[in-house]
Design a protein around this ligand. Structure first.
Ligand code: 13P
Ligand code: SF4
Length: 309
């Protein structure tokens, strides 16, 4: 395929032509972040998707995020630059096994992290993201037993913060589980001025080392507002592009993975490229579709989240 010389300009032109909005997550390649109309964490992206009046949503993120945008906008065209951009956390919770887990815990309210498939959302009572999970669980009556799925690390963090006992689905994110506590401690010794900031999808050993824990948007805001001049960042390093833009005089050090060969970029998020984004807009494909019955059932818990946020 021949690409135009100025991809940025070509994407802007297609945006006008399609009346499209480009929504991007912080874990996307910096080039994609720079063409986005809105850049945010999972909650911000769902809020934008819920209120946009564009005809086309180009979702630069992973499948469950674009799917959430489609659930909220059945009549809009929702494009994902690479349909294979999945999520190990969403994959760790297959619908059949989750239906059995639910059946084994009757009378439990199901709170699911947005990082799950539409089928799991359809089996849930309330959706949450990393930025509102604690707030949402706090609004549920004390005597109501709760299943929290699919991320066990976020679930454990919410248990600590709320003092509630949650029944956890044992899923996890392959990216946030690669960070090594030992290497973080070594980095802290080498950079005693740096503060460790971490996403709650990290394992407890890493979270214990963190001076601040939050969603990507919360980490960004914290890094910008804190008096500290250096940070060890325990989340996908795509966010560092925005941190450096918002606080150019500060230093951001990506937390190292356990295995030297491993990289801490999310292989799913990084399947999207600027070229694929351009092609998706030009070809109006690949688009997100889903069965209407699943969409309708998945919509309710998302709306409850938006109301409770
Ligand atoms: P947030 O967008 O809520 O910070 O979550 C990060 C993430 O892992 C998205 O896949
Ligand atoms: Fe999924 Fe983890 Fe990648 Fe987020 S960073 S999309 S949770 S695999």
């Amino acid at each position: 395929t021949a690409f135009p010389q100025d991809l940025f300009a070509a994407i802007q032109a297609l945006k006008q032509e399609l009346n499209a909005i480009i929504l991007a997550h912080y874990y996307q390649d910096p080039d994609i972040q720079d063409v986005a109309d809105y850049l945010g964490d999972s909650l911000g992206l769902s809020q934008q998707a819920a209120q946009t009046d564009a005809d086309v949503i180009v979702f630069a993120g992973v499948h469950f995020m674009a799917e959430t945008a489609k659930i909220l906008n059945p009549n809009k065209l929702v494009l994902l630059p690479d349909l294979d951009a999945g999520c190990s956390l969403a994959d760790s919770c297959p619908p059949q096994a989750f239906a059995e887990f639910k059946a084994a815990h009757p009378n439990h309210l199901v709170v699911s992290y947005i990082n799950c498939t539409a089928e799991i959302k359809a089996m849930s009572d309330i959706i949450c993201t990393s930025s509102n999970a604690v707030k949402i669980v706090r609004q549920i009556p004390e005597d109501q037993p709760i299943i929290f799925a699919p991320d066990r690390n976020l679930g454990r963090y919410v248990m600590e913060q709320t003092g509630r006992d949650l029944v956890l689905w044992q899923g996890s994110c392959m990216v946030h589980e690669t960070f090594s506590e030992k290497k973080i401690v070594q980095l802290q010794m080498a950079h005693p001025d740096a503060e460790v900031i971490a996403h709650p999808e990290c394992e407890p050993a890493v979270l214990r080392r963190a001076q601040y824990i939050g969603s990507t948007t919360a980490l960004l805001k914290y890094a910008e507002q804190s008096d500290r001049q250096a940070f060890i960042v325990a989340t996908e390093p795509g966010i560092i592009h925005q941190m450096e833009k918002q606080a150019p005089h500060k230093r951001f050090i990506p937390a190292p993975p356990m295995n030297n060969c491993a990289c801490n970029e999310c292989p799913h998020m990084r399947l999207n490229t600027l070229e694929k984004l351009y092609l998706a807009m030009k070809q109006r494909s690949p688009e997100i579709t889903l069965p209407e019955d699943v969409r309708v059932r998945a919509l309710r818990p998302i709306q409850r989240m938006l109301e409770m946020s």
